[in-house]
Design a protein. Sequence first.
Length: 462
Amino acid sequence: GMQQWGLLMMCLALPLTLSMTEIGREAWEAERRQADDRCMNPAVEAGISMQLGTCRDGALQRSAAAVFPPDYKPDATRCEMNLPPAKEPQCDVECGPGEFLTADAGGGVCAPCPAGTFSIGQGVVLDRWSKMPPQMTSKCFSFDIEAYYNDPGGDQWVEGTACDTWKPAEDGDFLYSGNNTDLDYVESFLVLHLRFFRPGEIWFTYQVDAEEFADGLIFRIDNENQALDPSGRELASVQPDRRTATFPVSEGWHIFKWIYVKDFLWTRGQDVARLFDIGYNGTDRALSECQPCFSGATSEEGSAVCGVCPLGEVFNATAGGCTPCEEGFYALKGFDQCRPRPPCTDEDYEPVYTQCTDEMKRVKSFRWREPAVCDPSVGGVALPAPQQGAPCAPCPPGTMKNWEGGCLPCPPGKYSTGADVPQCEACPSGHEAPLGKRYDFLSGWPQGLATGCVGDCGGGGW
């Protein structure tokens, strides 16, 4: 029902150094007034915040409580502190993306998230995995073959034996399905129970490396398998790139399960599934606080998402945004602090070539590898000077050099070891030369090959 609140906070002052009989009644009263002054310190009251709870079934208003500053220490003499009156906000107040619900004298208003934080409005994004979130649990089961043969009709799945549960990675970048390599008949469950106040969504970004069509990741909503890729496949076994899957969710209570399954045959790849983030909306009408951006990320006031600072910049909480590194320092995308640029070495540059001329020569020059983080001005090596008249790359195996200096493929039935041979040799009796391509020397990307990078990359790929 309706709740009226006016919180009475008690604090303690320092113990008196003299007894009342020694200093008298008047001195004791003066000491108590000083304790009251300390208790009513404006700096303390300014640091008090109101924290809102969730709306329970049938409730019209949210609960509220006062939170003192973390460094606040009550004194030893009892004294009273009257907090300013506040009206608990109604449960039907809704805040949008980039906003959170505050508790103030107006009964709760939607305010923009401070810089460095974010809010998706009516849900949560989990992307920090220093520990297992309190709303999630994990269990694992293994199949007992001996129990199956002794009692085929019984329960042969044993919890917590010969299996491993989901857990956070040491660096907190993801949750993974445990160490179940070389184990047979394993199911490792990650479970999440949520109540949706309105139709919403759940999404997560995952990666899997397992035996194809046999081991891998299954996702269930209310014990129903969901398709994890556009083909409709329910078991994700080989997903080397990060993929985000999104599913609609109806109003009401739901149970979500991520299950890593293994059969009894082989182990392939890393034998693991990873979850990098899990998000859902529709579980609350308004959030009572904004989530902090992950380390190295930033946001402006009123943001629904956080972004990573660009190359050479880091997030500055005081400035409320990305700031460039000082001279002599560098930062890759996602760094939370600038680092000193080291001296350059021979490993920091790479050769680049021009096209071959009619004289079968080319120019060989050098450039710093991307991302360039070393500092040539603090010692170490400098870029070598360009080299004129460098020889062209030799022809790869399976080709021969033509009179123009180009490389031609060997005709059918003939082969070569490369190295600029003028002609290919015929295969001996009983042998064949299957057609194929081999690249030993690359000055650029041959037709059909490309490179790239997905994620917070420091360069453009290979």
